[in-house]
Design a binder for this molecule. Structure first.
Ligand code: BTN
Length: 239
């Protein structure tokens, strides 16, 4: 199976380009890649700093919207595997951050779309690959890293893209077996076993992250021993 790759220079956001392509009747397995984004987006309406040198990718696949949380986990596993192939040890901070040590090296934004005849997932992946920390706004530098910074040399984004698509191709079918993809993610997830503070959008939950449930939610055990299933959220602190 091959990918139809559309390479662009500067875009607002590859996810936005992907949405337009879907409305125009694009095929499943189309991939939009840009060298720079001027309105890169993260989860919860945050912006995603996207200087030249980063890898900005949106993979378009026909999907059921109920599976989007699992697709997020699968994309995280694929990014970790691609970084491993590039010689780096990375982990997943549930649900969508890829870390090297404790610093964010990549982020994932999966968006669902109701197209003319089907449902679609836009799997947006941003990897801080071939730029220096100085190319990021100062307030982000202490919590972020780049592959160039970690490896101490330039990174070839074409090789990285190839590794990423190979890994996604391997992992994506596994989302058909919920348990298997959750299991892969568990093995790579640095959040499990840690004390966490999670912003769920409708409140803050504090406790120990003990598991990832079958549909991709985080199981948090609070101080009173209550187990809570957190379907969506951002980890504010973990330690
Ligand atoms: C996050 O950490 O909140 C998710 C960041 C996702 C960034 C990628 S870059 C490619 C795609 N296009 C976007 O505008 N966002 C995603």
């Amino acid at each position: 199976m091959s990918w139809n790759i559309i390479r662009l220079d500067t875009v607002d956001s590859t996810n936005e380009v992907a949405k337009i392509l879907v409305s125009e009747g694009v095929e499943s397995r189309t991939v939009v890649v840009a060298q720079k984004q001027v309105e890169g987006r993260g989860r919860f309406g945050r912006s995603w700093s996207s200087p030249r040198g980063g890898l900005y990718v949106s993979i378009i696949v026909r999907e059921e919207l109920s599976r989007l949380p699992l697709i997020t986990l699968a994309a995280g596993v694929a990014v970790v595997q691609a970084l491993q192939a590039a010689g780096l040890k990375a982990t997943i901070r549930w649900p969508n951050d890829v870390l090297i040590r404790d610093a964010k090296a990549a982020g994932i934004l999966v968006e669902g779309l109701v197209g003319p005849e089907a449902y679609w997932a836009i799997v947006g992946i941003g990897i801080n690959s071939d730029f220096s920390l100085e190319d990021l706004p100062p307030q982000l530098r202490h919590q972020t890293t780049t592959l160039r910074h970690e490896l101490g040399h330039r990174v070839d984004n074409e090789d990285l893209l190839e590794g990423l698509l190979k890994a996604f191709q391997r992992v994506y079918p596994v989302t058909g077996e919920q348990a298997a993809v959750v299991d892969l993610c568990r093995q790579l997830c640095s959040t499990l076993g840690k004390n966490v503070v999670v912003d769920t959008g409708s409140g803050i939950i504090e406790g120990r992250a003990v598991d990832i449930g079958p549909s991709g939610y985080l199981v948090v055990e609070t101080k009173t021993g209550k187990r809570m299933d957190v379907a969506e959220g951002s980890i504010l602190e973990e330690g």
